[in-house]
Design a protein around this ligand. Structure first.
Ligand code: NAP
Length: 237
């Protein structure tokens, strides 16, 4: 798609990957960038219009999809991770929180903005997923549940929005240098690199971004006799 003069709506745009996506949108010549956040005062990047949005509040989703009729690109970026695993005492509460933020919010925003994207010529939706859509690693198993579901959401949206010409991009990445992985000592990709890859994919009409080596290896390995998600369990035995 042509990104110059696009109107980009980004959730969780105040920090982390969302902030880098906002910078990248301005860099490619977006006409307008809506930076949505739970606290709009935390959206301080010049050139970005702050918007109040908690993606778990369905009335706020209804309000923004009603109000912003010029949007051509929706980026579902806001996300949370909880640790503890499926057998933890509080796993129901934690999984529900992850599913509300990482799956139901993006679903309702996509559904709400779909007619606007159609009116505006098709446009695009980008869902920020994870390598953990295809791999579980213990403490973040309920997060993986949510990202697998968000992957299925992305694939379903792509089918249902094909007729109206909406490009639907699933962006997967391993560890990024953001607050989410603070304290984890491992190789991390820079969020600005990921943001650049996502805008390149939008410009080239691609459906998927595999942002780093870890993600590419895990995706390739899904066909292996012992894929990573089974090897992880054997290693844990
Ligand atoms: N970091 C990684 O290694 C990694 C890897 C793969 C995928 N991801 C995905 O990348 C996306 C961005 O994460 P990040 O790394 O930038 O994490 P981050 O630095 O922790 O930022 C998370 C963002 O999501 C927002 N958010 C959380 N819950 C929200 C809600 N209910 N409503 C609105 N906004 C909400 C946060 O806003 P507040 O400031 O209000 O909390 C913040 O802007 C997420 O979808 C995450 O799952 C991250």
């Amino acid at each position: 798609m042509n990104l110059k003069d696009s109107v980009v709506f980004i959730t969780g745009a105040n920090r982390g990957l969302g902030l880098q996506l906002a910078k990248a949108a301005l860099a490619v010549g977006a006409k307008k960038v809506y930076g949505a956040a739970r606290d709009p005062k935390s959206v301080t990047l010049p050139g970005v219009t702050p918007v109040q949005l908690d993606v778990t509040k369905h009335d706020e989703i209804a309000a923004v999809t009603r109000e912003y009729k010029d949007v051509t690109v929706l980026i579902n970026n806001a996300g949370i991770v909880r640790t503890g695993g499926i057998l933890a005492d509080d796993s129901l509460e934690q999984a529900r929180a992850e599913l509300e933020t990482n799956v139901i919010g993006p679903m309702l925003l996509s559904k709400g903005f779909a007619p606007t994207l159609k009116t505006n010529g098709g446009g695009a939706i980008v869902n920020i997923l994870s390598v953990l859509a295809w791999y579980s690693q213990g403490p973040t198993n309920t997060y993986s549940m949510s990202k697998s579901a968000a992957w299925a959401l992305t694939n379903g949206l792509r089918i249902e929005l094909a007729a109206q010409g909406t490009q639907v991009v699933g962006a997967h990445m391993g560890y990024m240098e953001t607050d989410m992985t603070a304290g984890y000592d491992m190789p991390k990709i820079k969020p600005e690199d990921v943001a650049a890859q996502i805008f390149a994919a939008l410009a080239e009409g691609k459906e998927e971004v595999l942002a780093d080596d870890l993600t590419r290896q895990v995706k390739l390995g899904i066909n292996a006799e012992i894929p990573a998600y089974i090897a992880a369990a054997r290693a844990a035995a």
